[in-house]
Design a protein around this ligand. Structure first.
Ligand SMILES: [Zn+2]
Length: 214
């Protein structure tokens, strides 16, 4: 249970002790060594990930822009004797739902529409929080970042679903499936949000708290 009067800011941190930790091996070094190679592993030492906010914003904005074509452009083009059909993510979900595969429809909807949007929204919240030096629910925000890392591992799930569908359709009838432009946009959204969450330094959230105490 969380103590009601726990003050995380009272806990000594590497910053308050004038130390920096190596991003690669975790070794604590004096802050005077910043931007020099780590004495143990040779990686460049930084107090925080360099340009964390600018990089995260850049990746995130690009992801937001590409999220639109990812949902509007066809993700797969199916050519069969019945003709050519262009399917977007949502029309694919609708098709699965109508043809009775409701579980699969929900899985695709969650993995390819809801999860990427949720990830981007969480990153915006974290970035704004650092930007405005907010200390509101800082523990929960740090947990949100951990959640991002956990769901990040599952964000390529949708590609597997598309591959699976392609295999099913191919096996069932004579058809050619070509990935549409939407698939490229979708893959870019997945990679960009992954890069955005990697660029974000969650310790920046706690820096606001330390700055308030000074
Ligand atoms: Zn190191």
């Amino acid at each position: 249970m969380r103590k009601p009067h726990a003050t995380p800011s009272a806990i000594p941190t590497s910053t308050s002790m004038g130390l920096i930790s190596c991003h690669a091996c975790g070794l604590l070094s004096s802050r005077a060594l910043a931007s020099l190679p780590c004495p143990r592993c040779g990686a460049s030492l930084h107090h925080r990930k360099p340009d964390s906010l600018a990089r995260t914003w850049a990746f995130l904005l690009a992801a937001f822009i590409l999220y639109i074509p990812a949902n509007l452009l066809p993700i797969m083009v199916t050519q069969s004797i019945l003709g050519v059909s262009h399917d977007t993510i949502l029309s694919g979900v609708l098709f699965l739902w109508i043809s009775g595969a409701k579980g699969l429809a929900l899985l695709v909807l969650v993995a390819s529409v809801i999860v990427p949007l949720l990830k981007m929204m969480i990153l915006v919240l974290l970035l704004l929080s650092v930007h405005f030096r907010s200390t509101w629910r800082i523990r929960q925000q740090t947990r949100l970042y951990c959640l991002l890392e956990v769901i990040g591992r599952w964000s390529m799930l949708d590609i597997f679903v598309v591959a699976l569908l392609a295999a099913l359709v191919r096996a069932g009838m004579l058809a050619t499936i070509i990935p549409g432009a939407g698939a490229l946009a979708f893959a870019s959204v997945v990679v960009l949000t992954m890069l955005a969450s990697l660029s974000f330094d969650p310790r920046l959230l706690w820096d606001s708290l330390d700055a308030k105490d000074d």
